[in-house]
Design a protein around this ligand. Structure first.
Ligand code: ZN
Length: 86
């Protein structure tokens, strides 16, 4: 029985970087009444020009918002977030 040493694959640097990074998406909302902008974490179904309601504007109490921007940024994952990805 011939046994060839099985070496674990060497992870490339690129993989390592990707593993520790997560894309955080943020939605930027604008109050339909006074134009005050607010940010909140991206939620499934968010898209630019989507109308939202149910969140009170801190400035004028209007409850209608429009998403004016959605952006993502790569950030280093926290230990907890890395655990969730496994
Ligand atoms: Zn407002």
């Amino acid at each position: 029985m011939s046994e060839e040493p099985q070496l674990p694959p060497i992870p490339s640097l690129g993989d390592n970087i990707k593993k520790n990074m997560i894309e955080k998406k943020t939605s930027v909302l604008k109050c339909d009444n006074c134009g005050k902008k607010a940010k909140r974490p991206f939620e499934d179904g968010d898209f630019v020009f989507r109308k939202l309601s149910g969140k009170n504007c801190p400035k004028c109490s209007e409850t209608k918002y429009t998403i004016i921007q959605v952006y993502g940024e790569w950030v280093k994952a926290t230990r907890k977030e890395r655990k969730n990805m496994l």
